[in-house]
Design a binder for this molecule. Structure first.
Ligand code: NDP
Length: 484
């Protein structure tokens, strides 16, 4: 019988590994506050074993044909789809996100990435560049041993979005999940082994920031891909730069969602709900600064208040529940602090603002109106269910204010005037943008930020450039001319 709970803390060289001497990591179910497992942080010996296994596996894997590499990833995708329910329950227990969401957004998204890069692997080729009688050819080579470090909000998706393109390109990976949600990545490792990945190709080690830092600075590591906050990104990027390593940084955001007077009201409200309350607002690309043109503002707030009443807040394992708890007590307290700041700085609280009366780390979906650009809740990433609604008059004003942030992950526009939609999006400085939609993330589209929100792109063919490097080979067909 398939056991949905991982059987040990780490997954190294094709098997579960425990080392009880590492610092204990309690795994807490956010809906109740119960401890559902206790893992251990990786000791230096565990980190070393993972990197050593990855180094051996990578050399062998890089020599496997891309087609065969793709077949392994495709098989892993099929296994994930077949086990979607068990994996979704585990994701819900790890994160507290409602099963209604995890059934369609986590293992399925991970499987999409494995399937997509399984297919793309077939098309990995170099180029032939004719130079008269001579020519150059290029070889797309793996980088080597890569490190993935994950945030806590999408543990399955983050592991797969990093592993799938990395492995397709012939790399091996050591992945460190967030200590807050450490369970799901272990199942991905188990599934990759079952799908035929050689032992050591995808390893998972647990731990806090210090384990991540040890991986980043190890000379055996060629690349680091981090999903996390901007402050962590700065540290990891700087540490990687010391040894001139490749990096991908998927960091935080404070993204604008601009709603014009002519927008379809229900679609705009739906976009704002998806961009603020899905996963209890714990999504990096959320459109948390909702700029609403003055003519539609009151109608927007009224319709939003009506639709928020339909949120089903409750047990995340009940499929009827559409809004669950925050991931941790700590994250709940951070968000409560922002709600207090919003009130103190003069924003108008129009919905929510408090805790939900039940066990676990539940906060109500919260909306502030009359927010101004200088308020803390309009400037800092909250990472919780708090929407800030700001008014504007003109298109030029909305663009200037939307861009006045250090972040640049996402941006959205709702308008029936499609030329305006394209014109505005063209001027918004963000990597992942939406017109009359919000927060879609198909694997076919590049995903990533500009400015402080990161460097590099995940997903799509663009990811291949971040997980491989080109060797160019000049071939001379005639004699070599030399000066002496
Ligand atoms: P953190 O930045 O706190 O942590 C991210 C990961 O980095 C964790 O695994 C953490 O370990 C690890 N880490 C911390 N310090 C170091 C270090 N010095 N060296 C190496 N690794 C380290 O982010 P959160 O987990 O709190 O996640 C929320 C953040 O992630 C938000 O800012 C959000 O916007 C961003 N995010 C970005 C996404 C994107 O694709 N752009 C998607 C999802 C989230 P540990 O926490 O276990 O100590």
């Amino acid at each position: 019988m398939y056991d949905p709970q991982p059987s040990a803390s780490h997954y190294i060289d094709g098997a579960y590994v425990e080392d009880n001497t590492g610092t204990p990591i309690p795994v807490i179910y956010p809906a109740t506050g119960e401890v559902i497992a206790t893992l251990h942080a990786a000791t230096p010996a565990v980190i070393d074993a993972a990197l050593a296994a990855a180094e051996i596996a990578q050399k062998q894997w890089a020599r496997v044909t891309p087609r065969e590499r793709g077949r392994v990833l495709t098989r892993a995708a099929q296994i994930m789809r077949a086990r979607n329910r068990e994996l979704s329950v585990l994701e819900t227990r790890d994160t507290g996100k409602p099963l209604q969401e995890t059934l369609v957004a986590d293992a399925t998204s991970g499987a999409d990435a494995l399937e997509y890069f399984g297919g793309v692997a077939n098309g990995l080729t170099g180029e032939h560049i004719p130079l008269g009688d001579d020519w150059v050819y290029t070889i797309r080579e793996a980088l080597g041993v890569c490190v993935g470090i994950g945030a806590w909000n999408y543990p399955t998706q983050i592991a797969c979005w990093k592993a799938a393109p990395a492995l397709a390109c012939g790399n091996a990976m050591v992945f460190k999940p967030s200590e807050t949600t450490p369970l799901c990545a272990l199942k991905i490792a188990e599934i990759l082994t079952e799908a035929g990945a050689p032992a050591g190709l995808f390893n998972v080690v647990q731990g806090m920031g210090a384990v991540g830092a040890a991986l980043v600075t190890d000379p055996r590591v060629a690349k680091v891909s981090l999903t996390g906050s901007v402050p962590t990104g700065r540290k990891v990027y700087a540490a990687a730069a010391e040894q001139m390593k490749h990096v991908t940084m998927e960091l935080g955001g404070k993204s604008p969602l601009v709603i014009f007077d002519d927008a379809d009201l229900d679609n705009a409200v739906g976009g704002a709900i998806n961009g603020n309350f899905y996963s209890s607002g714990q999504v990096c690309s959320n459109g948390t600064r909702v700029f609403v043109q003055k003519g539609i503002k009151e109608a927007f707030l009224a319709r939003l208040a009506e639709r928020l009443k339909n949120a089903v807040i409750g047990d995340p394992l009940d499929e009827a529940t559409s809004f669950g708890p925050m991931v941790s007590d700590r994250q709940m307290q951070i968000v409560q602090g922002y709600i207090e700041k919003g009130k103190a700085e003069g924003a108008r609280l129009v919905s929510g603002g408090g805790r939900v009366d039940r066990d676990g780390f539940y906060l109500e979906p919260t909306v502030f109106a009359d927010v101004t650009d200088d308020m803390t809740i309009a400037r800092e990433e909250i990472f919780g269910p708090v929407m800030a609604v700001l008014d504007f008059d003109t298109e030029a004003e909305a663009i200037a204010r939307a861009n006045a942030t250090e972040y640049g992950l996402s941006a959205g526009v709702f308008t029936r005037d499609l030329s305006r939609g394209h014109r505005v999006i063209g001027q918004l400085r963000a990597g992942s943008c939406f017109i009359n939609s919000y927060n879609d993330a198909p694997v076919e589209a590049p995903f990533g930020g500009v400015k402080a929100s990161g460097v590099g792109r995940e997903n799509s063919k663009a990811a291949l450039d971040h997980w491989s490097q080109l060797k160019s080979v000049y071939v001379r067909m005639g004699d070599v001319e030399a000066a002496f």
